[in-house]
Design a protein around this ligand. Structure first.
Ligand SMILES: Nc1ncnc2c1ncn2[C@@H]1O[C@H](COP(=O)(O)OP(=O)(O)OP(=O)(O)O)[C@@H](O)[C@H]1O
Length: 464
């Protein structure tokens, strides 16, 4: 490796001597000239005679913090700067990127990772990307301290300010929606709407108008013009959950909108331009769905510009105690119960459990014990037996849909919901029974005639 002593080298600022020493030695071994500082005051002094080729700084130190120095260096166009910190929550990570950091190392870090970050930063220094300044965003409740979650926070911090579409993948209940919200909160769009739509929860014939809105008279029950989610999210972020389940016909429509940035309401003639950032999520293997012909490859490319993979809870058990205590405290507060806490043994027992329903299942367990446990300290015996993961309750989605339809004063709400309900059951039963009507009817516990009658009536009612 080439010697870099012709530049003023790499400067490391950290009040922790151990970190400084280990990092400095590794960088020197790699051929760089390194200067060490234990506080930012020393850096300011040194800046009178020299500038670093790269600065690596801690965030919280006695005296002035690293981010203040970072902002000043950015103003003077000195850098690049890599930030390292044991504080790895989304807000701190994103604040570092906003202040101008080119990378963020979560302590404790791997030395190879640090060396790679230094090399990358120096290589990219010739083409620095502008980072728009923005005020600190409020902290939000995406919690975690495990290595995989730190990586997720790092990624969120890095890409929040961009307008790139993001695909969040992960099993059910891993926090995909919270990640989408964090991306929104940390972006310049934070004062605009965040709108979420679960594409799997909406009957396919209603999905188009949910997304793009409709004009009065566009179909039976459309008594007045209604704005779709795209319009509602204008300038902000649209979160499309369960994107893998979107019917192909709508995938085509969505693709056109994403490509052209404009759309018509259902039954409308006015072309509407949209400036919405899309964060999509799925618990399915989207590549497999593309291979099976169930998902459009071109749409996947549009959505999957940056991917954030949320690991299942079993791969980040280190987060369980933190999450459990948070959920227990929240549940007690919400339910107006006296504060409760887990005994050490109970926390240990929880951390060893399997949670097929991931964070959502852990949250439900904490709510349950908050109510059931009699004492203020939760003991292992209070936890009960591990149960199978409760799946996301579809009636929640139905309730949301009904609330909205009622609020908008839509017509024939009951009939439309019933139709959708029947159709989903019938389609599922027919699919599970290879199209055999009698078997499908038996599986559902209805007579064959009922099934045939319902098949006859549960058709889309769009007029045109
Ligand atoms: N890291 C986390 N910190 C705090 N709360 C979390 C975290 N991850 C998930 N949760 C909570 O767990 C529940 C499920 O999270 P969320 O709805 O974001 O999951 P999801 O992956 O979108 O689920 P699904 O695939 O079923 O839609 C929510 O109540 C959320 O607040």
């Amino acid at each position: 490796m080439a010697k870099h002593s012709e530049t003023s080298g790499i400067w490391i600022v950290d009040d922790d001597r151990g970190v400084r020493f280990v990092l400095a030695e590794a960088l020197r071994d790699a051929g760089w000239h390194v200067r060490e500082f234990e506080e930012t005051a020393g850096v300011r002094k040194a800046l009178r005679d020299a500038t670093p080729a790269l600065l690596v700084t801690d965030v919280r130190m006695p005296g002035e913090g690293g981010l203040v120095l970072l902002e000043e260096l950015r103003a003077r166009q000195i850098g690049p700067v890599i930030v390292m910190s044991a504080y790895t929550d989304v807000a701190t990570t994103a604040a570092a990127y906003r202040a101008g950091a080119v990378d963020y190392l979560a302590k404790p870090f791997d030395l190879d990772q640090a060396l790679a970050a230094v090399q990358r930063a120096l290589a990219e220094a010739a083409h620095p990307e502008p980072i728009s300044p923005a005020p600190l965003a409020p902290a939000h409740a995406l919690l975690g301290e495990s290595a995989p979650m730190r990586e997720v926070f790092r990624l969120i911090g890095r890409i929040a300010a961009s307008d790139l579409n993001v695909l969040v993948t992960g099993e059910t209940g891993t926090g995909k929606e919270l990640v989408a919200r964090a991306l929104h909160e940390e972006s310049a769009r934070r004062n605009k709407p965040f709108v979420a739509l679960n594409t799997a929860a909406i009957p396919s014939e209603l999905l188009e108008s949910e997304l793009f809105g409709h004009e009065a008279g566009a179909f039976t029950g459309a008594t007045r013009r209604v704005a779709g989610r795209f319009e509602q999210a204008e300038g902000g972020t649209l979160f499309l959950d369960e994107i893998g389940d979107m019917p192909l016909i709508l995938q085509t429509r969505l693709l056109r909108v994403l490509a052209g940035g404009e759309f018509y309401r259902v039954g409308g003639r006015e072309l509407i331009r949209c400036h919405v950032r899309i964060v999509a999520a799925t618990h399915q293997d989207l590549d497999a769905r593309v291979a099976a012909g169930l998902f459009r490859a071109d749409l996947k490319h549009r959505l999957d510009v940056v991917r954030i993979e949320l690991p299942p809870l079993r791969q980040r058990r280190a987060d369980i105690p933190l999450l459990a205590q948070h959920f227990l405290a929240n549940a007690a507060q919400e339910l107006k119960l006296p504060p409760k806490r887990f005994s050490k043994a109970a926390l240990k027992a929880i951390a060893q459990r399997d949670f097929p329903g991931n964070v959502r299942e852990l949250e439900n367990l904490c709510r349950r014990v908050a109510v059931i446990a009699s004492g203020n300290e939760i003991l292992p015996a209070d936890l009960g037996k591990s149960t199978q993961a409760p799946r996301g309750d579809w009636t929640d989605a139905l309730r949301d849909w009904a609330d909205r339809a009622l609020e908008l004063g839509e017509a024939e709400i009951h009939a439309r919901a019933r139709e959708a309900f029947d159709r989903v059951l019938l389609e599922a039963a027919l699919a599970a029974n290879e199209g055999h009507r009698q078997h499908a009817a038996a599986a559902l516990g209805v007579g064959r005639n009922t099934l045939t009658r319902k098949l006859g009536t549960s058709r889309p009612r769009r007029k045109s």
